[in-house]
Unconditional design. Structure first.
Length: 101
């Protein structure tokens, strides 16, 4: 009888340890680092026409101050209007990506 009680206690302990370690595995967080792209300054004349067309339509009245390009062909344009600067991002095809104040 004592042997069965000891066996039962060992089994319960093993199961609880297994369950708790299983919880730890399920609660593991995956951390991804969003590396910032590196942009190289380019002449505004080097920006694709479609990018300029889409930027002009979306940001009418803004002046293009600077243009930069990333290795993947994404463009960062620095625009200005009424003393406020704005960074806008477009794919080389003219597709809008994001805007930063």
């Amino acid at each position: 009888m004592m042997k069965n009680l000891f066996l039962a206690a060992t089994l319960v302990l093993a199961l609880s340890l297994n369950a708790s370690s299983h919880k730890v595995v399920n609660n593991v967080s995956v951390i991804t680092l969003d590396q910032e792209k590196e942009y190289k300054k380019v002449e505004t004349s080097q920006v694709p026409t479609e990018v300029l067309k889409q930027a002009g339509a979306k940001y009418a009245g803004y002046a293009l101050i600077e243009a930069h390009v990333a290795g993947d062909g994404e463009y960062k344009l620095v625009l200005s209007k009424d003393g406020k600067s704005l960074k806008v991002y477009f794919k080389g095809t003219g597709e809008f990506v994001k805007e930063e104040a």
